[in-house]
Design a protein around this ligand. Structure first.
Ligand code: SAM
Length: 519
């Protein structure tokens, strides 16, 4: 089918949607000062995408949707629609008329979106008890009995016909202060249907769905994580509950479920970058004079001016666009500590775990879902010079070096927002996390990474310093390994002129686009 999607197409539709939505959201934030517009950047972005035809899997279908994987997460209902997983933007049940056979013309259910809370409360994560649609009270209507029409009728038909129904679990998103996160939980079959009296005393339809066995875990993983957070039971393979020993405001678990190794080689946990005197990046200092918090759209805020007039982050702390440089407020700015222009300096937000991979040593992943554009962590460590870097790589220690001057594969993240994505770094920065570092030192390389870096400046000790901040490239489901592109060293970085002989490593990222080697 010409209309069939694939992984790449699905990902690119979602990336473009989110880039557009972030840009619109940034514009809405800036206007908010002066008007009371309704903030639905998601609907506006989706409409623009639909108008331009930027979508995939446009034909309704039963079962698997090409390119959408079990465990994929979404933050807006319109995202489900754009990739063909579930078309209606509000209704919980999607259905279509059957094209042939003795049921021709009859409608069967294709997918359902659970509302979170009550629906997902079943003890068994592979079971969903779903309430039919309609009948609830609203402002101008009293509660009434649900009718066996539309979605309810389609579910009833699917029950008898035994067709697969896609289940998308709508869950509360505690991390991003957003209303919902949607998890695609794979294919289910309806096992039972009945009618019962709802709270209002009116009749409701109920459907019990069971997950088809043999599919990768998705919602079940979320349920386990919830339990680990409560400590009942604790995470299997847990070695230390917080490897930062309190240096971060959220704990970082150390976990090994694959072998007996008790942890990575010794290093000092340090949450930020350390500049030693001679390598200060001397930059004219800047400060705003905003009291309370800096307001997007306030053209008098000199920190916003420094950022080219745009507030770099949207209201919920998501990076709007990649930029040559981002300037956050510093200690001399009178604005409050949780001013929205202080994101990377306020520390880790998600619950991370350092875990043992099967073939690439230790790696990093998160217990929490991460939205595209969310700040992950900075690259902490000691800023070193070229000589020291060459020495370390000669000793075979280049593993823990970050170098801004490597060759990084270019990619587009801003899409319609045509601002430059080329970094403007005043002088190259080399960071070693060999002896001291944070969670970033455990991020492995991938040729198709889900994390990218972005230079960010803010002031400390009366000087503006450069930080290397990592942000999510796309939505990242919990327990997915976080990876970035290590880049290709330029000649001169390594001691030998012939890198393969000295430390060039075979890449095990497993991506179909793998370059084969890294460093
Ligand atoms: N895995 C490391 C550990 O256990 O401490 C954390 C990352 S460290 C900055 C970089 C090292 O991780 C590399 O030198 C290599 O040994 C390993 N590594 C990272 N990405 C890899 C990849 N794609 N394939 C193979 N090894 C990788």
């Amino acid at each position: 089918e010409r209309d069939d999607g694939n992984r790449q197409l699905v990902e690119s539709v979602l990336l473009r949607f989110d880039a557009l939505r972030r840009k619109l959201s940034q514009m809405e934030d800036a206007k908010e000062l002066h008007s009371s517009i309704i903030k639905r950047s998601d609907l506006k972005a989706a409409n623009m995408m639909l108008t331009k035809g930027v979508r995939t899997n446009m034909k309704k279908r039963i079962g698997v949707v090409p390119g959408v994987e079990i465990g994929d997460i979404f933050f807006f209902r319109m995202e489900l629609s754009l990739v063909g997983l579930h078309f209606p933007s509000m209704a919980g049940i999607d259905y279509m008329a059957i094209k042939s056979g003795d049921l021709e013309g009859e409608r069967v259910a294709l997918s359902i979106v659970s509302s979170g809370g009550y629906d997902d409360d079943a003890e068994d994560p592979d079971v969903l008890v779903y309430s039919g649609q309609g009948g609830s009270a609203s402002r101008d209507k009293e509660a009434s009995d649900q009718q066996l029409v539309r979605g309810n009728l389609a579910l009833e038909r699917s029950f008898h016909r035994g067709n697969e129904v896609r289940v998308i679990r709508g869950l509360k998103d505690n991390v991003h202060q957003m209303s919902k996160v949607y998890v695609y939980d794979g294919l289910y079959k309806i096992q039972e249907s009945w009618m019962e009296k709802g709270k209002s005393g009116c009749n409701m339809f109920k459907y019990k769905l069971g997950r088809i066995p043999g599919q990768p875990a998705a919602f079940a993983t979320w349920k386990s994580i919830q339990k680990w957070k409560e400590g009942l039971p604790s995470r299997a393979g847990l070695i230390i509950p917080d490897l930062t020993s309190g240096a971060e405001s959220t704990p970082v678990s150390l976990v090994n479920e694959v072998d007996d190794e008790k942890g990575p080689a010794y290093f000092t946990y340090s949450p930020t970058i350390k500049y030693s005197k001679p390598f200060k990046l001397v930059q004219p200092s800047y400060a705003c004079s905003c009291h309370d918090a800096c307001q997007p759209g306030n053209s008098n805020c000199s920190c916003i001016q420094k950022n080219g007039g745009d507030f770099p982050y949207t209201t919920n702390g998501v990076l709007a666009c990649r930029k040559p440089m981002i300037y956050e407020c510093g200690p001399t700015c009178p604005c409050i500590r949780n001013c929205k222009n202080r994101v990377i300096q306020t520390g880790l937000k998600a619950h991370f775990e350092v875990f043992k991979t099967r073939d690439r040593g230790w790696g990093l992943r998160s217990w929490d879902p991460i939205r595209a554009g969310t700040y992950i962590c900075e690259y902490a460590g000691e800023v070193i010079d070229e000589t020291k870097a060459r020495q370390e790589s000669g000793d075979g220690e280049s593993e823990y070096i970050f170098h801004t001057n490597r060759l990084y594969e270019s990619f587009k993240w801003n899409f319609e927002a045509k601002s430059s994505e080329d970094f403007d770094i005043p002088s190259p920065v080399i960071i070693s996390s060999k002896n001291s570092g944070n969670v970033a030192r455990f991020m492995n390389h991938s040729c198709t990474p889900n994390v990218f870096w972005q230079p960010v400046m803010y002031e400390h000790n009366n000087e503006a310093f450069l930080h290397i901040a990592f942000f999510a490239k796309k939505h990242i489901p919990p327990m997915t390994e976080l990876t970035f592109d290590y880049g290709i060293p330029q000649s001169g970085e390594t001691q030998a002129d012939n890198p393969p002989a000295n430390g060039r490593k075979k890449c095990l990222c497993g991506s179909p686009k793998c370059r084969g080697y890294f460093y």
